[in-house]
Design a binder for this molecule. Structure first.
Ligand SMILES: [Zn+2]
Length: 190
């Protein structure tokens, strides 16, 4: 799949939203990728994860690792295509940790996958965790690199699509300056 096809899938799934958003990083943006709109559809998810898996066919990886939450689904689906196992990394007191008896061996070949890369923080945390076990990271993949390639990953890196979306500190946000209310999304209580 090429970049245009991936971005079209985001658009068709209405996973690409416009408005005034607060990102997980705390920065504001006029676009938001609601990846779960895409991940909730197994048909779409399977197409994307197959494209990701194709990048890792010859790596010899035996385990796919993803960070919670979207990374669980992606690691599982990519692992299914590759015929390998998948585990996930959860937030610890600092960084990421394995729970549920998950572990890696020294030298074990591992791929790390996630959905959307913005600051790269969750990927970096998983890389640190995997390195802590002495495992061998043979590739890193994301559905979408929205840092525009700014975030550098020190391993073979395969984003399916790369976009440079503007984001600002709240104090420098032009939408805040115009008094536009933040777009509400996500969890709602009834
Ligand atoms: Zn703003």
């Amino acid at each position: 799949m090429n970049q245009e096809e991936i971005l079209n899938l985001f658009k068709e799934s209405q996973a690409l939203l416009t408005g005034h958003f607060k990102l997980t990083s705390g920065r504001h943006s006029d676009v938001y990728y609601e990846k779960f709109t895409l991940l909730k559809n197994p048909k779409v998810c399977t197409i994307i994860c197959k494209a990701m898996a194709d990048n890792f066919r010859d790596t010899g990886a035996v385990t796919a690792v993803g960070p919670t939450t979207g990374g669980i689904i992606i690691a599982y689906e990519v692992a299914r295509y590759l015929g390998i196992e998948s585990i996930y990394a959860e937030p610890g007191e600092t960084g990421r940790i394995f729970k549920r008896g998950f572990s890696l061996d020294k030298g074990q070949k591992v791929i790390i996958v996630d959905d959307v890369l913005t600051t790269g923080r969750s990927l970096m945390e998983v890389i640190e965790l995997v390195n802590g076990y002495g495992a061998d990271i043979v590739g890193v993949g994301v559905l979408l690199d929205r840092s525009g390639g700014r975030v550098k990953i020190d391993y073979p890196f395969y984003p399916l699509a790369t976009v440079a979306a503007d984001s600002w500190e709240p104090s420098e946000c032009p939408l805040c300056a115009r008094g536009e209310p933040l777009t509400q999304r996500g969890s709602r209580k009834f």
